[in-house]
Design a protein around this ligand. Structure first.
Ligand code: IPD
Ligand code: CA
Ligand code: CA
Ligand code: CA
Length: 257
């Protein structure tokens, strides 16, 4: 299944890449939540191919699906993760596809066609970038850890969420090396998997933002949890916390201070 998925996702990557270098009309789903015809085109392409090739899987995808549950067999698709980057030509944007079999993580693929980075993982077989094995960083000193986060779209309309973002940064920033906000949750998780970041946290993500990245990160030796340190459940938890494993407890402790 993995090879067929990669073949289809690479074809979809051509649509993303063409769009990236074209002039785009932007629509707003909400105050900060953008969508373009390319999000829809990539999604339609993937949905059609996946439904034909993998008919025993339900395809759940951002632009056409408001389902908030994982079926027994699901392919959870974000056609363009990092749409704001895509629109502004910041090359941190990717297609994300997570496959769940009997409700359990099975395959994760994140593809950035602009930088030509293909992250892949099958549960139990390790994680790879362009075919090379990747692993999380060895750093276990929180003060030396580079973290990443994201700002929820709701920070434009919901004061509680905005305050929560600010409070968490106040707690974490003095204690770590620094914090990045690059604008693609799927790639943020892959960057922890690759050892670029030691940790990552974000609130209000949807299943398609993280369905693939969390599989890739876990296969690279990382850890994913909710903000209590317990199992992160797709569609359910407000916060995702991810790390190289070594700083996980400290990250959780600092986020909850
Ligand atoms: C967004 C990105 C971003 C995160 C947002 C997501 P989209 O996805 O992953 O990094 O901060 O919360 O919604 O809308 O570009 O697919
Ligand atoms: Ca979106
Ligand atoms: Ca997304
Ligand atoms: Ca998206």
């Amino acid at each position: 299944m993995k090879d067929k998925l990669i073949e289809i996702i690479k074809e979809a990557g051509v649509i993303l890449k063409d769009g990236y270098y074209s002039k785009k009309d932007v629509s707003f789903k909400a105050k900060k939540d953008l969508v373009t015809k390319y999000d829809v085109a990539v999604e339609n392409f993937l949905k059609e191919k996946f439904e034909k090739e993998f008919s025993d899987f339900n395809v759940i995808a951002e632009e056409s699906d408001n389902t908030n549950k994982v079926f027994s067999n699901s392919i959870i698709v974000d056609p363009i993760d990092g749409t704001t980057n895509f629109v502004n030509k910041l090359p941190h944007t990717a297609i994300s596809v997570g496959v769940y079999k009997n409700k359990k993580p099975f395959i994760g693929i994140v593809y950035n066609p602009i930088l030509d980075e293909l992250y892949t993982a099958v549960v139990g077989e390790g994680a790879f970038c362009n075919g090379e094995k990747i692993e999380v960083s060895d750093e276990n000193d929180f003060q030396k850890s580079l973290l990443s986060t994201g700002f929820p779209y709701t920070s434009g309309t919901c004061e509680d969420d905005l305050n929560d973002v600010i409070e968490k940064i106040k707690k974490i920033l003095p204690k770590c090396q620094d914090i990045r906000r690059l604008g693609s949750a799927a790639l943020d998780l892959c960057y922890v998997a690759r050892g670029v970041y030691e940790g990552y946290y974000e609130m209000n993500l949807k299943a398609w933002d993280v369905s693939a990245g969390l599989i890739i990160l876990q296969e690279a030796g990382g850890k994913v949890s909710n903000i209590d340190g317990n199992e992160y459940v797709l569609f359910e938890n407000k916060y995702i916390v991810a790390s190289n494993n070594k700083i996980h407890n400290e990250l959780i402790k600092n986020l909850n201070q």
